[in-house]
Structure formats: structure tokens, C-alpha cells
Design a protein around this ligand. Sequence first.
Ligand code: UFG
Length: 349
Amino acid sequence: MLPLKQMQKDNHILITGGAGYIGSHTVVELISAGYTPIVVDDFRNSNKFVLRGLGEILGDVPIIHELDVCNYRAMEEIFQKYNFKGIIHFAAYKAVGESVANPLKYYSNNIGGLTTICELALKYEVNNFVFSSSCTVYGEPEGLKEVTEDTPKSAPNSPYGNTKLIGESILKDVQNSNPNFKVINLRYFNPVGAHPSAWIGEYPLGKPNNLLPFVTQTAIGKHDHLTIFGNDYPTPDGTCIRDYIHVCDLASAHVKALAYLFKNNEPCLEAFNIGTGKGTSILEVITIFEEKTGVNLSWKFGERRDGDVVEIYANAEKSTNLLNWQPIYSIEDAVIHAWEWEKKLVEYV
Ligand code: UFG
């Protein structure tokens, strides 16, 4: 691999939020595919030690600008400096519960960031745009729990989810008025795991909201026990079912999405589900964790959490057929990698 600063200049991809959990793994995949990611991140929801991890994996630290994506003037300088071939827009808040408590924080940052980047993309004619969307746009699916991209969307259960739905609508309107502007919405299911090297992974600030970081933090002794939110759901074991996708597989989907945009010169507005197609219950996740790590997890059943969807998993055939994307890791791999990362974090912090 070439030193990052010598990599091809016509292959620059803007990665907003590239120091975050999914962003950092995507940086690795992009560089492996020959692109030069230009990261914009102000580290408000990530930690600078991600740079050390990326350096260990890549042999060099990626180009990074410490900026708020809502800052139009500062972002414009970035668009003037580089000739971007495409944009992957990750930078956004993502905590469901916090968004209920503080909706304006979410609308202002998630929508403000998106419109700022879109305005500049149009002004500087960067016409290939990949948006971090979420399966939250489907809400609680009626009937079949395996959703396709055509499954009707329903009201998201949080302001966070609403920002994803509104984000997709904004991009639809922008694409409609600018046919050269090509858009892919990647609807992520539940990202889990860490890079197999354990040099990068998820680093929740404060108490984790998501299941797997809470599992690994409990196992390492940061919490007394995990609370399973509800055991009386209409599922085989009474706990909620999700489609857990390894973060490296999710990252590789972004490279495939860019390739799809680059090879298609027609107007494009497409959504793709990025999941494994397999639903796993919370109790199953715990069993897998205990079996794969040999660590006994302390857990209790608690009350249901407000706004939780009972069961959802992806039909990702469209991604396989059109993007030529498929996950290569299993949930067992993801759990092992998440655990290796949790242990590695002891060295970092
Ligand atoms: N859970 C627990 N205990 C915990 C944490 C989570 O029982 O301590 C349960 C939740 O109640 C849920 C399941 O584990 O049933 C998964 O919860 P996560 O918080 O890990 O994930 P969610 O499915 O709630 O949310 C994820 C993403 C969101 C996205 C959403 C779409 O975090 O960004 O999927 O469904 F919007």
C-alpha cells in the first residue's frame, strides 16, 4: 500500500464522521480498495485513539480535518481543497433515548449536517452521495418481520429515527431537482463487532445504549449486570429479535455502494438493506457470547424499553444482486471481535 499522502488525488472520498465506529472501519475498507478517504470529524462522539488504531492497521494515519460538518464556511474550504469523487455522510448523533429527551439537538445536528453537505456537494458538483440510513425507517414492521427496501416505511419511534427518515426525504427532493446528483441510502441493521485486529472498534461515550457493548462491558467488570429489556415479547424466547451485522461487512457495503454510483451514469436514488438476513434474540446473543468467550455473563430481566421494535431483520437480496455485496462474518465472529476489542481497550484508556 502506498503511503496515504501519496495516494491518488482523483480518488478522494469525503468521509464525514470518519473517526466514529462505522466511519473508522469504512476508512480501512476504502483504503484497501484504493481510495483516499478525507475524514472530517470533530471527535465529539469518538476518541482520538482511533487514529492510533488506524495507524496500526494501515501503516499511516488517514488525512483528517477536525471540523463540525454543520460549519458551512469551514466545510467549504474542504470542498475547495479537494476534488472529491464521492461523499459518505456518517456524521450524526445516534442515541435513540437521548433523542427523545433532546429532540432539537438531533434535528439541528443530523438535518443541519446533511443539508450543509448537500449544498456544498451541489455547488462543487460532487455527485456521488452515500447516506447512513437505518432500518429504523421501517418502524415496527406489520406482518412479515423480514423487510425489503419496498416494505412500507412507518413512523419511526424516536426523533433520531425521524432524522433518518427525513434525511432520506431530503435526499429524494435534492436528487429530484438535480438529476446528476446520485444517492444511495444504506439502511443499516444492527452494527456489531470490531476490526479483527482489535485495533479499532466501538467506543461508547458514557453508559452504552446498545446491546453488545453493554454485554462486553459487563463481562469485563464495568457493570454489575446486563438488564434485558423485556421477556414477554411475542418471540420464541420472549426477547426482541434483531439482525446483527458485523461492522466490517457494513463498512465494505460503502465501498460497493460507491462502485455502483461510479459505474452508473443514470439518475440514481436507491435504498439498500445492509443486514445478514438472520434474526437473533437477545438471549441467543448472550448464549453465543458465553459459548464463544467462555465468560459467564451476569444478567437480569427488566422492564421493556420504550420504543423498542419487537422483531426485524433484513432481506438483503437487493444488495447482493445490485451491489454485489455479501456479509462474510457471522454473529459469532462479531461477538469474538467485540470481546477482543473490549480487552484491548484496557491498554488504550
Ligand atoms: N437491549 C437490552 N439491554 C441493553 C441494551 C439493549 O436488552 O442494555 C436490547 C434492546 O431493548 C433491543 C436489543 O437489545 O431489544 C437491541 O438494542 P440496541 O440498542 O443494541 O439496538 P436497537 O435495535 O434498539 O437500535 C439499533 C441502533 C439504532 C437504530 C435501530 C433501528 O442502535 O441506531 O437499531 O432498529 F435506529
